[in-house]
Design a protein around this ligand. Structure first.
Ligand SMILES: [Zn+2]
Length: 501
């Protein structure tokens, strides 16, 4: 009798200790990868030779068009956990547009700074929030927080003791439990057969999409440097495909990985400036006519129109860091004149990444009706982890609003005038707003023609010139969202050369 009771007691204890918990599943997963000690010893990982796709680039012709995926190749992703550094290196091809880009989140004296290295351009230096990426994420900081090593370490440290549940992912049943990573709650899918972590999900605050439920699906675990790492990573945001990449190899704790984070000597002074400034992206103001200024950035420029008591920015480009830098430059140069309006020329993400930053500075965002579907989504999305400048301005009731217009729109206060014309039928984007300042006979457009650099004219530029002539605008100066400032004759000559054949 006593012996039976003791046996029952033993069975109960055994059943208790072996009852699966999320933490236990994480321990098993670490074991399947090569052991928890090996996992804990990982400092750097460099995934190499990646091929894949990226969506959500915001580059459609019409704001309501379905997106086609961009192709990624030669993808190298490196993260350095103890030093908080990460890099995305890839070649992107979207239709005829191709770029080899590297976005690097690195540190100088322990302080984070961003480097953007695009083939054929000088290296650009900015604060980490100024980094803009078309890789598998839109900022390398995601790579630091959303890689398998970081998630597994979090699961080992703080996986819950609750019993996991069965949950389906893509038609397969997994053991699902939760862990925390900083402020983030992360759901974990463990494969009951291989024991490996098959995926995880959490909330990402994405610079363009805002707060989105994000899923990371891991596949093709292969051994590299004494640990099994997933070589295939599929990312979904807002329940839609975002990025997918299959790597051919990986290097763990490889000293050679450090080199990618080295700050070139020539960039050192600019790095100090970026760290000192806080939110920073290089920008310089140049006068091009009475009350008209060119805001030259390293990639995506804007035009400033000065009115007697306020300013208008044409094109809120690229990033919130660029908007923050522009706001500081304008406050210095035009004390007491607020930015009343920021004009959107088209809905492409690289040309509206600064919209939220300028709305945070209380500017009204002027949007043509054709661009509204994209702009409203970008403008209204909550951004909470961490809050972006517009999220904070909204909490303080100081944020600017969207104002939708249709057809020609004129801003004037009697002495200065800015005319906005949506032109239709352009192959690049439809509609496309061009901005004309009659007092300076200056016309700003982006992406259709690159002024000031002797660029050839493609079909976009041919259509631009036809549109300017149809509108009967007297233009002396072309102001470029890319490139620089050039005489109108430059466009006429380039179009003549392009259409002669
Ligand atoms: Zn564009």
């Amino acid at each position: 009798m006593r012996r039976t009771a003791f046996f029952v007691f033993l069975v109960a204890i055994a059943g208790c200790t072996s009852a699966p918990t999320t933490k236990r599943l994480a321990q098993d997963a670490a074991g399947a990868m090569g052991g928890a000690d090996r996992l804990q010893s990982i400092r750097t990982v460099s995934m190499k030779g990646g091929v894949g796709t990226r969506l959500r680039l915001g580059q459609t012709v019409h704001a309501t068009d379905m997106e086609t995926p961009a192709m990624l190749k030669n993808v190298v992703e490196t993260f350095d956990l103890p030093n908080g550094r990460a890099m995305l290196d890839y070649e992107l091809q979207l239709g005829a547009f191709g770029q080899h880009r590297r976005e690097i989140l690195t540190k100088k004296n322990g302080k984070p700074v961003g480097l953007e290295d695009v083939a054929g351009r000088p290296l650009a230096v900015m604060s980490p929030d100024g980094l803009f990426s078309w890789g598998t994420q839109n900022n390398p900081s995601f790579l630091l927080r959303r890689n398998v090593v970081t998630i597994m370490k979090a699961a080992l440290a703080s996986g819950s003791d609750a019993a996991p549940e069965d949950r389906q992912l893509d038609g397969k049943t997994y053991k699902y439990g939760k862990t925390t990573l900083g402020d983030d709650s992360v759901g974990l899918y463990f494969d009951p057969e291989s024991k490996l972590l098959a995926g995880y999900e959490t909330l990402d605050t994405e610079s363009m999409l805002g707060d989105v439920p994000a899923q990371y699906i891991l596949g093709d675990y292969r051994e590299a440097g004494g640990i099994k790492l997933p070589h295939k990573i599929t990312i979904r945001k807002g329940n839609q495909p975002y990025a997918e990449v299959e790597f051919s190899s990986a290097a763990v704790n490889d000293a050679a990985s450090d080199a990618v984070f080295t700050i070139p000597d020539a960039a050192s002074a600019e790095v100090d400036k970026a760290i000192e400034a806080g939110s920073y992206s290089p920008i310089a103001l140049m006068k091009i006519g009475e009350g008209v200024y060119f805001a030259r950035a390293y990639s995506h420029n804007s035009m400033i129109v000065e009115f007697p008591t306020w300013l208008t920015v044409v094109e809120a480009a690229y990033t919130n860091a660029q908007s923050a830098t522009l706001v500081r430059a304008l406050t210095d140069q035009f004390p007491g004149k607020p930015i009343r309006y920021a004009v959107v020329t088209h809905h492409h993400f690289d040309h509206i990444g600064g919209v939220r930053g300028l709305a945070a500075a209380a500017a009204t965002i002027l949007v043509e009706k054709g661009h509204e579907p994209v702009l409203r989504a970008v403008f209204e999305a909550p951004h909470t982890k961490p809050p972006d400048p517009l999220q904070i301005a909204r909490q303080n009731h100081k944020a600017g609003m969207l104002e939708i217009f249709e057809g020609k729109k004129v801003l004037t206060d009697g002495t200065q005038t800015l005319e906005l014309y949506p032109i239709t039928g352009n192959p690049h984007v439809d509609p496309k707003v061009v901005a004309y300042v009659p007092s300076a006979r200056a016309l700003f457009q982006s992406d259709l023609f690159i002024p000031g650099v002797g660029a050839p004219a493609g079909p976009d530029a041919v259509h631009l010139l036809e549109s300017i002539r149809a509108l009967k605008l007297r233009v002396d100066t072309n102001v470029g969202g890319h490139g620089g400032v050039g005489p109108f004759a430059e466009l006429e000559k380039a179009v003549a050369a392009a259409t002669k054949k």
